[in-house]
Design a protein around this ligand. Structure first.
Ligand SMILES: CSC[C@H]1O[C@H](OP(=O)(O)O)[C@H](O)[C@@H]1O
Ligand SMILES: Nc1ncnc2[nH]cnc12
Length: 290
């Protein structure tokens, strides 16, 4: 059975990891359907890493269509304990410029049509989510960016990622509202993923790669895909360097994360009274508590 301790979820622009060697395509099925694509498992810096293209390798899935539960379940099946997410974002602050990298520590949920939990159907759990990102993994990710000192790339440690539904980009009124909330960046994917990773007791952190100033910026009328794509390609090269450096540090010194025991005090339904079919469906997540 193939296993990997570290998972990478690549977003817009990052559909593969060029430095992975000895790769194997692993097609997994889950009780929540099929993941976005096969997981690509390979070696990177002596670690075994599982890579998944969030929107599929040909970018055929909208943010609202992403099978978030299947993606996280598939990572869990492989034994992943840490997920590094790479994501394209718009900037809500003048100081976070296109090509900069942000390692957010907070999220605001503006999604409408997402399933962001594995629970329900006779089994209730409420995970703590006050600190939605693993601070230890985020620190390693931030250090990797700092150590690489990439040209034209500034690092912003911490900040709030607004997760909107999309697929249309924001209106100016929305963009200015998020700015009034002091949010740093905006994207469409990371919040459901972070919640599900926490429920699956996987440490999660995001490398947010700025592609554009969202439409609030006086010099940038509307966000266009054309503008985003030009920067995505540069970001994808930089992101792979950061991920490789992060994997090296993480593999040498894997931290214990509070995420790894997130369910310990979160399940309200006594497991011997919980719906049997749901218990079976969630066996992978619950097994250490049964
Ligand atoms: C290509 S711009 C909009 C698209 O890009 C981001 O995706 P990801 O987080 O997977 O990099 C954003 O969330 C939107 O889905
Ligand atoms: N401005 C923006 N809004 C939402 N998601 C994005 N992804 C990249 N740029 C974005």
């Amino acid at each position: 059975m193939t296993t990997a301790k570290i998972g990478v979820i690549g977003g817009s622009g990052l559909y593969k990891m060029d430095a992975l060697t000895d790769v194997e395509e692993v097609k997994l099925t889950t009780p929540f359907g099929e993941p976005s694509d096969a997981l690509i498992v390979g070696k990177l810096e002596d670690a075994t890493v599982a890579f998944l293209a969030r929107h599929g390798r040909n970018h055929h899935l909208l943010p609202s269509e992403l099978p978030f539960r299947a993606n996280i379940h598939a990572m869990k099946q492989l034994g992943v304990k840490y997920i590094i997410s790479a994501s394209a974002v718009g900037s809500l602050k003048a100081e976070a410029k296109p090509l900069d990298m942000v390692v957010p520590d907070q999220f605001i949920d503006r999604t409408k049509n997402r399933i962001s939990t594995f629970f329900g159907e006779g089994l209730v759990a409420h995970i703590a989510f006050g600190d939605p990102v693993c601070d230890k993994l985020a620190a390693i990710l931030g250090d990797a960016v700092a150590n690489l000192n990439l040209p034209n790339v500034n690092l912003h440690r911490g900040g709030t990622y607004v997760c909107m539904e999309g697929p249309a980009f924001s209106t100016k009124a929305e963009s200015n509202l998020y700015r009034s909330w002091d949010a740093t960046v905006i994207g469409m994917t990371n919040l459901p993923e972070a919640k599900l990773a926490r429920e699956a007791e996987i440490a999660y952190a995001t490398l947010a790669l700025v592609t554009d100033y969202d439409c609030w910026h006086p010099d940038h009328d509307s966000v266009t895909v054309e503008m985003v794509i030009a920067n995505l390609q540069k970001n994808a090269v930089n992101a792979q360097k950061v991920i490789q450096e992060t994997v090296k540090k993480l593999n040498a010194n894997p931290p214990e994360s509070t995420a790894h025991s997130a369910l310990k005090y979160s399940i309200l339904t006594p497991l011997d009274k919980a719906d049997a079919a749901t218990k079976e469906k969630l066996h992978l997540l619950l097994q250490k508590y049964l």
